[in-house]
Design a protein around this ligand. Structure first.
Ligand code: ARG
Length: 278
């Protein structure tokens, strides 16, 4: 297995100072010491899994920069940069662009500035298909344009529950034909599309979806989630995966968890296309 390469950002400036999703409340600010501890533990676990970690420098006044999943979608040596729906996060774009450029990616932006797109938070490869969540943050048309830019098949999925506003909060590819899913976050049609295109879907229960069970980082057969997802961990073990947990409650206050804090630069393990890379 080629060494997994992950982009992260230290939570030095992480906090809850605005509210752009239902998880966030300025009444529940972050505990900076605890956030740093939890982030470091996740980083440590990824290092133990053999990952290489690259960092983007934290910036004052950009508390959500820590959620690097939203930076871009990475495909081979191209990174299509995010354009955030909320003005509070738009300042992150230039920092992600610079860092991805420095990492050697050809950084592209969407051809239209009136469309929003929130990176790997909303666009995830399972096999060679790009599953793309829209409505809450990313626009369906943005996903279509990305499909054309990258020359890949896109399956758009409407997200209907504001608590599951990014695709990576309710869907997580594990291998080219297996994924985690929280069905109530999708409409009937989206659920059907997922069932018809992915042969093994592991369903997450509401109480564990609320613990961000679907927001998992997959490294080979290891699946890392927040604490408090015992039923999912049992199903994962039954299916031959190795679940691991680490506390990420500080980041839940912002509406994020393990996966949001990472961006795979070498391609997700569930994507087929990386097999074509040298
Ligand atoms: N507070 C951030 C936002 O609302 C959280 C982002 C979580 N990222 C993710 N990939 N789900 O944008």
């Amino acid at each position: 297995m080629p060494q997994p390469h992950i982009l992260m950002c230290s939570p030095k400036h992480f906090d809850i100072v605005y509210e752009i999703n239902p998880w966030m409340s300025r009444q529940r600010r972050a505990n900076p010491v605890l956030a740093m501890e939890q982030w470091r533990a996740l980083e440590q676990m990824l290092l133990e899994c053999g990952a290489k970690i690259s960092l983007v420098a934290p910036q004052p006044d950009l508390p959500d920069l820590v959620f690097t999943a939203n930076a871009a979608i990475v495909f081979q040596n191209t990174a299509v940069l995010a354009h955030f729906r909320h003005s509070q996060r738009q300042g992150e774009e230039q920092h992600f662009a610079a860092r991805l450029g420095e990492a050697g990616f050809q950084v592209q932006t969407l051809p239209r500035t009136d469309l929003f797109f929130e990176g790997a938070g909303d666009a995830l490869f399972c096999g060679d298909t790009l599953f793309a969540g829209y409505r809450m943050r990313s626009d369906a048309l943005a996903h279509q344009l990305i499909g054309e830019m990258l020359g890949v098949r896109v399956l758009p999925l409407e997200l209907i529950d504001p608590y599951y506003y990014h695709l990576d909060t309710c869907f997580c590819p594990l291998t080219p034909d297996a994924a985690l899913i929280y069905p109530p976050a999708f409409d009937t049609y989206g659920r059907r599309v997922l069932r018809e295109s992915i042969s093994q879907l592991i369903e997450v229960l509401p109480e564990e979806a609320r613990r961000f069970a679907c927001n998992a980082v997959v490294v080979g057969r290891t699946v890392i989630t927040n604490v408090g997802c015992p039923k999912l961990h049992a199903s994962l073990r039954e299916s031959g995966f190795e679940p691991r947990e680490t506390p990420l409650e500080e980041f839940m206050k912002a509406g994020g968890s393990a996966k949001c804090l990472t961006l795979r630069l070498d391609g997700e393990d569930a994507a087929n296309w990386k097999a074509g890379l040298s």
